[in-house]
Design a protein. Structure first.
Length: 222
């Protein structure tokens, strides 16, 4: 039976959440919206359309959503050549691969952004497949990204673990029927991740790697 280790990317494997906060804040500012950075931070992890709706409300001028998304994409794109991987992210994925897990990414990123993130992780040899924003109709907290990641590698929810850094990740994983592991490196409190469905929480990929034997990803996959 294929056992899948499914990973979110932003804030989980690559240290990008605060870059997203700053670039979304600036995109909103340029469009005349005053959105506090703490609110943006808690919305990171949603797809662009959902993030805008979450922060501006349903009564906003939706005709400007594409403009806001494009502004964020242009601002964030300035960092593509230097996105910082989180400590031991690549080593963790390779260790799981070596232990017999099938590693899959489930991310709201796509295109050149996804390419930049994968370059930062530098572990393509350990990644079996990627479910990106282009592959699903609904992003997290919908279970669709996680479910599609499992479909790509022929894995069942019962044999899968999803690792992420936001409440949206945990809710998506729980709705998809998989065990969820949280990491704190995205900047959200441990209590929030546990309340949203995390079975356990680690500091970052390095902490999860060091604690692998006692984690939900412990032992060799069959």
């Amino acid at each position: 039976m294929t056992r899948a280790a499914v990973f979110d990317v932003d804030g989980t494997l690559v240290d990008t959440n605060h870059l997203h906060v700053v670039t979304w804040w600036e995109a909103f500012r340029q469009a005349g919206h005053r959105v506090p950075t703490h609110a943006v931070h808690r919305a990171v992890g949603l797809g662009s359309d959902d993030l805008i709706a979450h922060l501006l409300g349903e009564d906003r001028d939706t005709d400007r959503d594409a403009e806001l998304s494009a502004a964020h994409k242009a601002l964030y794109g300035q960092y593509f050549d230097r996105l910082p991987p989180l400590r031991d992210a690549g080593r963790l994925l390779r260790r799981l691969r070596d232990d017999g897990w099938t590693v899959v990414l489930a991310t709201s990123a796509s295109g050149s952004e996804l390419s930049a993130l994968r370059a930062a992780i530098d572990a393509d040899d350990a990644i079996a497949a990627t479910a990106s924003a282009d592959d699903v109709e609904a992003g997290k907290p919908s279970p669709e990204p996680v479910a599609h990641a499992l479909e790509l590698v022929g894995a069942s929810a019962e044999g899968a673990v999803f690792v992420g850094d936001t409440v949206w990740d945990m809710r998506a994983g729980r709705r998809a029927g998989v065990r969820c592991v949280g990491v704190l490196c995205g900047g959200l409190p441990r209590a929030d991740l546990l309340e949203a469905g995390a079975e356990t929480v680690y500091d970052d990929p390095a902490d999860l790697l060091a604690s692998l034997s006692t984690s939900p990803l412990g032992g060799e996959a069959g």
